[in-house]
Write a protein that binds this ligand. Structure first.
Ligand SMILES: *Cc1c(COP(=O)(O)O)cnc(C)c1O
Length: 223
């Protein structure tokens, strides 16, 4: 399949999943996850109308996106990886949305850097719904405390993010994130990837993060 056919196919599936749940297509932002992809591959999608891209490593993003943003000022970069304190400065400078606030130290570093650069980016808190040890994300029972700290710091928290454990059925994780988002009255839910984005849309996802279904299989270590 050519990339154009692929995007067309994904778009049709998003539209169908939205229609199935009586949601307008405009409720859902397609974030094309461009980690490991070249600037050329990204430009092909920009040419087809994609405007939102996701990267999980700041160092990699800084090799591609400064130039792409100069050429296409209306594209948006979403940071979806684990944020290290020493990368917060570059993240605030280069990104437009941060999906992965997951601990107080990161929230504090982001708040300080946003003030310094006067760039107040919308953020999402990443929740570890599976309570997995090695994985990023705050555990559900610590979420309220982290959220309140973020608000006190002046961060613009718009929603919640989840990455379900790979060998779990995603529905329960999406359902839990949906419930938490409703309780907290947050408008955004970042959930759904290549294999489960239709399910995520049914659980009211607003940001689906799609890599392989758009670009093909990834090679290399940054998976
Ligand atoms: C890589 C990645 C994705 C995309 O995964 P695919 O299965 O390739 O669609 C989504 N979210 C995060 C956080 C990722 O790191």
């Amino acid at each position: 399949m050519t990339p154009h056919t692929t995007l067309h196919d994904i778009e049709a599936r998003i539209t169908q999943a939205c229609a199935d749940t009586h949601r307008p297509r405009t409720d859902v932002t397609l974030v094309a996850v461009s980690k490991t992809r070249t600037a050329n591959e990204i430009e092909t999608l920009i040419g087809q109308g994609v405007r939102d891209f996701g990267e999980n490593r700041i160092q990699e993003a800084t090799t591609k996106f400064p130039l792409l943003k100069q050429r296409y000022p209306d594209i948006r970069l979403h940071f979806i990886g684990q944020l290290q304190s020493n990368k917060v400065k570059d993240a605030v400078n280069l990104c437009d949305v941060i999906h992965s606030v997951d601990r107080l130290s990161v929230a504090e570093a982001l708040a300080a850097e946003m003030k310094k650069q006067n760039r107040h980016l919308p953020c999402l808190i990443q929740v570890n719904t599976g309570d997995e040890e090695q994985k990023g994300g705050v555990s559900p029972h610590e979420l309220t405390a982290l959220y309140q700290s973020c608000i006190a710091l002046g961060l613009d928290i718009q929603g919640l993010t989840v990455i379900p454990p790979v060998d779990d059925i995603p529905d329960l994780h999406f359902a839990l994130l949906h419930k938490l988002g409703q309780e907290m009255k947050l408008p955004w839910l970042s959930m759904g990837m290549s294999n489960d984005f239709e399910t995520a849309i049914r659980w009211k996802s607003t940001h689906i993060r799609i890599g392989t279904a758009l670009f093909g299989t990834r090679s290399g270590t940054n998976s």
